[in-house]
Design a protein around this ligand. Structure first.
Ligand code: HEC
Ligand code: HEC
Length: 357
């Protein structure tokens, strides 16, 4: 039976449950009418300045709510310098963005996505007016208990929709692990030491670590990506941002030298759909990730000391990959997140225009 749980309760469960007794992730209780409104917004390209991008362009349910690119897509004429993360179980995270720079409210992340020049480049006042011009939005805001479309209401609706994106039915939850995956689990929790950072039912401690992921040279080779990076680094108050040629990760928000190039541990849920991997998409496959850890991680003077060469055999590496694959569920394959034509019933708008004429 599905048990309803508050966000706080779920987060407590996430930090106390060990990986070995993995329990399915419990859904978060949200306002259903608000989530339904947020869902419509999530798929609506009118949320971006030039109406080219919806949230779903970069967080595509068919790709585990990521976008399949090493470095994310970006607003027309701009580039991006990070990999688009999955939104699976995003409502449970203690901090967001690869560097953890947003950590209070999930609706702050929605605002950043909408307004950031290299993401959706939208003035929220214009967005609000656009929504007021669409009777379907007016209706949905009212149904969600809000008198009219507003910026704050829109962000809360997006937040509630995102909280409904919860992994379900992965072999690790149903107990349906293959023999290879079962052997892989023992490595994950044992000599692989993976569970020291990838802990609990979401497989993350929500903390930054330096594991020595190599730089992605495409950021510096591409003027549009580089320019977005400079904008970001300058805004975050990093010294010498014009000459910077590395992504400093969590350092950018705390300016503590020992945190340079450390990035938040990502969830390991839904990995099958979210390649390529790491904050900058530099590792293409799960076999590649396992090779990376087998070599003791990457090459960085600040690398976490717990990462050591693992000496896994080819068979053990394959088993570990099988376990990682068993963390993906069926949730995003179902109707729940499929684009629905009738969400955009423009005949409603035509009727409304006819009435006015
Ligand atoms: C043009 C591509 C793009 C669009 C459009 C976009 N995002 Fe994102 N999103 C990203 C990238 C890239 C990141 C990671 C950024 C970083 O780490 O600096 C991200 C991060 C996030 C995160 C944080 C996830 C985590 O685990 O830390 C959330 C939540 C999110 N986006 C939600 C949304 C919502 C809601 C919308 C629509 C309002 C949206 N995004 C539109 C590319 C996009
Ligand atoms: C010291 C903490 C730590 C340990 C130990 C660790 N990881 Fe990670 N893992 C991370 C961090 C941090 C990242 C993200 C790095 C980045 O984005 O540059 C990551 C990324 C990953 C990714 C990519 C996920 C994605 O969506 O991009 C996979 C897969 C992964 N780890 C699996 C493992 C496995 C398997 C092991 C054990 C062999 C392991 N990790 C051990 C911290 C750790």
């Amino acid at each position: 039976m599905i048990r309803k749980m508050t966000l706080v309760g779920a987060m407590l469960a996430a930090t106390t449950a060990a990986a070995q007794d993995s329990v399915p992730i419990q859904p978060i209780d949200v306002n259903a009418a608000r989530a339904e409104l947020g869902k419509r917004m999530f798929y609506d390209t009118r949320l971006s300045g030039d109406t080219n991008l919806a949230c779903a362009s970069c967080h595509d349910p068919e790709k585990g709510f990521s976008d399949g690119e090493a470095l994310s897509q970006a607003y027309t004429g701009a580039g991006h310098f990070r990999n688009s993360p999955t939104l699976a179980n995003v409502g449970y995270r203690a901090a967001w963005m690869h560097d953890g720079r947003l950590g209070t409210n999930l609706n702050d992340v929605a605002r950043e996505m909408i307004t950031e020049t290299y993401l959706m480049n939208m003035d929220m006042r214009i967005m609000q007016e656009r929504m007021k011009q669409d009777p379907k939005y007016v209706e949905m805001f009212a149904a969600a208990g809000m008198s009219e479309p507003s910026n704050g209401g829109a962000r809360n609706a997006l937040m509630d929709f995102m909280k409904t994106i919860v992994s379900r039915g992965a072999p690790v939850d149903t107990g349906d692990l293959s023999e290879a995956a079962t052997r892989g689990q023992a490595i994950f929790e044992g000599k692989g030491n993976c569970a020291s950072c990838h802990v609990g039912p979401r497989y993350t401690d929500d903390q930054p670590h330096n594991i020595g992921v190599a730089d992605n040279p495409d950021i510096w080779a591409d003027a549009e990506r580089h320019s977005a990076f400079v904008t970001y680094a300058k805004f975050m108050g990093v010294e010498n941002y014009m000459n910077l040629r590395e992504d400093l990760g969590a350092y950018i928000r705390n300016h503590r030298p020992e945190t340079k190039r450390s990035f938040l541990t990502p969830t390991l849920r839904e990995l099958t759909w979210t390649a390529p991997y790491m904050h900058n998409g530099t590792i293409e496959t799960l076999a590649g990730v396992v090779d990376f850890y087998n070599a003791g991680g990457g090459d960085d003077p600040l690398k976490d000391e717990s990462l050591k060469p693992l000496g896994l055999s080819d068979g053990e590496k394959a088993d570990l990959v099988a376990y990682l694959e068993a963390l993906s569920g069926e949730s995003f394959d179902t109707d729940a997140y499929v684009w629905r034509e009738d969400d955009f019933d423009y005949t409603v708008i035509e009727d409304w225009r006819n009435v006015k004429n």
